[in-house]
Design a binder for this molecule. Sequence first.
Ligand code: NAD
Length: 481
Amino acid sequence: MKIIQNYIDGKLLNPQENQWMDNVNPSTGKVYGQIPLSTEIDVEQAVQAAKRAFPAWSSTPYTERSRCLSALADLISKHADALALAESIDNGKPVSLAAHVDIPRAESNIRFFASAINHFSSEAHIMENTAINYTNRKPIGVVACISPWNLPLYLFTWKIAPALAAGNCVVAKPSEITPQTAYLLSELCIEAGLPSGVLNIVHGDGPTTGNAIIHHPEIKAISFTGGTSTGAHIAREAAPKFKKLSLELGGKNPNIIFADCNYEKMLNTTLRSSFANQGQICLCGSRIFVEEDIYEQFKSDFVAKVSKMRVGNPTDPATKMGAVVSKSHMEKVLSYIALAKEEGGEILCGGKQVIPQDTAIAGGFFIEPTVIEGLKYDCRTNQEEIFGPVVTITPFSSEVEVLKMANSVEYGLSATVWTENLTRAHRVANELQTGIAWINCWLLRDLRTPFGGTKSSGVGREGGFEALRFFTEAQNVCIEL
Ligand code: NAD
């Protein structure tokens, strides 16, 4: 049994009220560990530790904060294999994905903000012969970072790194469904010599631990990534208390394929953008729109490739499709496949739970990669976030028609467009109501760029200096000449 502890004031601690939750391995369905169900008592302890650490950390030279973060990134690199395996066991994702995407990205998140803080500068506004204004960007104080289960260490570090680089002290909560790598990170923070109380990691569920964090009066800013309904709840609770909020929420992203695309590249990338991480990436393109001239060809080529994909033991380096994260999530995804059938959809491949032959993983939560056609663009299957290995394919005849369908959802996180026509690429990108538009690529990330969604996909932007601006309070200082 792997026992996880909270990391508060530089120490690994059991929850004070001694309440625990089970941690399930999604590829076996078995409980393999216990995590704290922290209450408001643990959260209070974490907030007080962060508050005590804040004066020293916020006045530590930024070069020294940068050095501390770099030391932590070095340790992630040193322990990358162990972290990748832990992520795979905890989440069900293929270990190859964790080793090539999740863990390297966690390391680069920390390295990126360790470097960015050295280049972060303030604006000055000069009133000729009258006054000089400059913007004094100050760390906020104690801030909260709350993250989801799909890219556990990747998204956890994406929040913590800018918060710490900017001089804040943090109370962070990883998802209770995938707490393992955040726990390993707390061990690495101790090894890296991060000053006590600067980062506190409190484990537990949303209703108990998460709520205690968002309600705490000393927490002045909340950076949250997760579901849209949780984001709405946090916004409702935090708004009257005037907490600063950054919300990265759900998506239902269109993948728009024009007939003039680079077909082979599109086909291979579409396979990834549909099913990477079992479709559990907020940026996956789950609604595939294909120009009618190539619709039949795409359908047969895509279905042929998807039909060859096999789920397997996530810890086997050869596995490309692992387990979905939990039993309840598997049931949710399967219920959407049933809904798609009710709504008139035809399952072209997949559609069922898989019980693997390998007895070691027979109790796991596996779903066949699933392709559905014949659905209206505005039916529930095409409007609601499924967040699993399920995509729909829909033909279109014109740019106007596909933009109407693409923009019809309440979400606006990302979109992918495939065309070799440069003018059309710019025009379509401009018309898409999304925070991110990828042209002829997917998930190509430059950490300096603004990252986030429009509509119900969120409020605010992460990435680059946007994140450092979020984690600082701007004060204008005006000096009369
Ligand atoms: P979730 O909203 O259920 O949980 C996210 C986190 O919030 C968890 O740590 C959870 O414990 C916590 N939480 C839950 N209730 C809370 C409450 N009342 N107060 C405070 N914290 C609370 O989301 P999930 O199921 O873990 O993640 C999947 C969702 O995340 C999907 O909708 C996906 O699209 C979204 N997501 C978005 C992005 C993005 O960048 N926009 C990235 C990854 C995932």
